[in-house]
Design a protein. Structure first.
Length: 275
């Protein structure tokens, strides 16, 4: 089996994949099927690949590399795919693809995320387009409070959301609304380093046998599960959860509150304006 060499020289990358030669130079990648390769010539540090006439690509692709063994190995891989012409003699076409420069790629990626991604991307766009002008133009004193509040509010919300996830508040809310408590059997999880991690076995109301993973075990051998997703379980305990919630709040929630203080002060000053 060949080594699947990737030859790199500056902005040029050459490799063989899926029975085709891929020749990338800068932002342009040329894909040459094996049936389109006419000749492969290896001379020391130089590799020249002759292809059949193509007005856009040219007839010879050349590259150099300091390691002659790499050049020879890649040349052998290219030679191995040159006999891929179909029985009818037809050849697959050479494909040429150019990527946009990085600012345009970033903007295109953001556009796709706003259109098709999480709703939070659209909310972030509106926050940037509407929030910053309001923070700058509204006559709230001191004037620097608005931009500071605008900058710190998103990381503050993100840290508070992280605290909610670390403390499992969202899971506990779901379990409180629709969770079902059943008897369960527990065993230590041999694949987890945490001493409080368990493997839980229980049956749902419709008789299905479920095996799930839990992080905390209560004093009673009970488990509360989500009927819409039985693998989502929670041990009905209170003391351990309060300790986790407190530790998570000290790690992330405090900073979320601190980052949100400028926004609260700005909003109080805004409401006090004589409109």
């Amino acid at each position: 089996m060949p080594a699947r060499v990737v030859l790199t020289n500056g902005r040029t990358r050459v490799w063989v994949e899926r029975r085709a030669l891929h020749w990338k130079r800068g932002r342009t990648t040329i894909t040459v099927p094996g049936s389109q390769i006419r000749q492969v010539k290896v001379a020391g540090q130089s590799l020249a690949v002759g292809i059949f006439e193509d007005a856009q690509v040219g007839t010879v692709l050349t590259v150099r590399h300091r390691n002659t063994a790499v050049v020879a190995a890649l040349g052998a891989e290219i030679e191995a795919i040159t006999s891929d012409a179909e029985a009818s003699g037809s050849r697959q076409s050479i494909r040429r693809q150019s990527v946009r420069i990085w600012p345009l790629r970033v903007l295109a990626g953001l556009r796709d995320r706003v259109r098709n991604g999480s709703p939070w991307w659209r909310r972030a766009l509106w926050y940037v387009l509407l929030g910053f002008p309001l923070a700058v133009w509204l006559p709230v004193e001191p004037r620097f409070l608005g931009p500071i509040a605008w900058l710190l509010l998103p990381p503050g919300i993100a840290l508070l959301r992280l605290w909610v996830g670390m403390a499992e508040l969202d899971t506990r809310w779901v379990m409180w609304r629709r969770g079902i408590t059943v008897r369960a059997s527990f065993e230590s999880d041999p694949y987890s380093e945490a001493t409080s991690a368990y493997i839980v076995h229980f049956r749902t109301l419709d008789g299905r046998k479920i095996t799930a993973h839990g992080q905390v075990r209560g004093r009673r051998d009970e488990i509360r599960y989500d009927p819409k997703d039985p693998s989502r379980v929670l041990a009905p305990t209170r003391v351990a959860w309060l300790g986790i919630a407190l530790a998570a709040f000290l790690a992330t929630g405090v900073w979320g509150v601190i980052f949100g203080i400028p926004a609260v002060l700005w909003l109080i000053s805004l409401l006090a304006l004589p409109f």
